[in-house]
Design a protein around this ligand. Sequence first.
Ligand code: SAM
Length: 287
Amino acid sequence: MTIRDIIIKYTEKLAEISDTPRLDTEVMLLSALGEENRLYLHINLNKEIDEETINKFEKMAEERLNGRPIAYIVGNREFMGLDFYVHEGVLIPRPDTEPLVEEIIDICSADEYRKKETIDIIDIGTGSGAITVSLAYYIKNSFVTSCDISEYASEIGKKNADSNGVSENTEFLVSDLFSSVEDGKKFDIIVSNPPYIRKDVIETLHTQVKDYEPYNALEGGEDGLDFYRRITADSIDYIKDGGILAYEVGHDQAEDVSEIMKGYGYGKIYTKKDIQGIDRVVIGTKL
Ligand code: SAM
């Protein structure tokens, strides 16, 4: 079979379960071939593929047909231009989360922050380390503490910090929200993309989310707002005066989260939209 034959055959097959069948096929084929650039496929369409590679590819395609997310199959996902190892047990980083990271990078480019020797940031809910590692990578004078209740997420976060060269300005704690953070420690910026899906919505999610991604990365209680209430309440003990609290929120949660923040003395609250025009980020200042 040639590269062209495989692309045609599996693009058709995967269309049954995926919105991006051609991309999925190409990504798995590249992984089976040990290549990185899709251009390789396009300039080698007539190349015959050896049996070992075909077997490797077909095993991956079978998993994909069963609904396993492509990122878990190939073991990585790009986020903010960086490469993250991912496996079941950590949430796959989403493009929806990039506006939150971009906004914090933007805030930290202001003189007030650039002049600081160290900007102390804490990320609640490490997952793959997507937010933590990107902030540490793009904000050179930051030190990012990353907390997750999952020991596995903490391990993966650390692995991704190492592979992206930011192990020096990150630390990973296994922690129920702030519970493992040193008493009296105060941060310039508290950031979180917490679990925010309403309990009754979880069952309606796509198989590749509800059957493969970790439940404790998704469920935010009856109204989806449990973590915003808990983190905002606890943040008061860990935020510096004038510090920033920044959240990613679900598509209809921006107003409720703003109200929760106001209730704990946060002001100058504003929202940022994602690429689809949805209010996805809520930011406030501790007055
Ligand atoms: N920050 C990552 C990202 O944006 O891709 C992961 C976000 S995921 C929506 C939420 C994370 O919060 C999961 O990794 C989950 O394990 C973690 N989490 C859930 N409950 C927690 C708790 N009580 N304390 C700390 N982390 C928690």
